[in-house]
Design a protein around this ligand. Structure first.
Ligand SMILES: [Cu+2]
Length: 119
């Protein structure tokens, strides 16, 4: 057993580091997926932390174009039918920021939501 000991410690350390990295990747708090389906956003509220990069995955499940608009961050992303897009930005100031779809009539039909940026 004594000859094995030098090998076990680095192996355990590697195992723990791998587990930590995997756990961090899975629990990323500033990631969200917003689907666009049947003239609505799948999530009308998305909560993130200020000062940290945000990743938003947009998935258009409809057979026509939607737009993801968030004026405060100058985001205006158009998604064709069944298209997916990934947005990355960093909200510096806490607050509530509305997002909507600027395709004609969609906002009126209820394609609105709120990004909540917590301190
Ligand atoms: Cu739309």
């Amino acid at each position: 057993m004594k000859t094995l000991r030098p090998f076990i410690f680095p192996f355990l350390l590697l195992l723990i580091l791998t587990w930590l990295l995997a756990a961090c990747g899975r629990a990323a708090p500033n990631e969200a997926t917003i689907t666009m389906k049947e003239m609505a956003f799948g999530q009308s509220e998305v909560t993130v932390k200020a000062g940290q990069p945000v990743t938003l995955r947009l998935v258009n499940r409809d057979g026509y174009t939607h737009v993801f608009d968030m004026d405060e961050f100058d985001i205006h992303t158009s998604l064709a039918a069944n298209e997916t897009a990934v947005l990355r930005f960093t909200p510096e100031k806490p607050g509530r920021y509305s997002f909507y779809c600027s395709s004609p009539g969609h906002e009126m039909a209820g394609m609105v939501g709120t990004l909540i940026v917590e301190p």
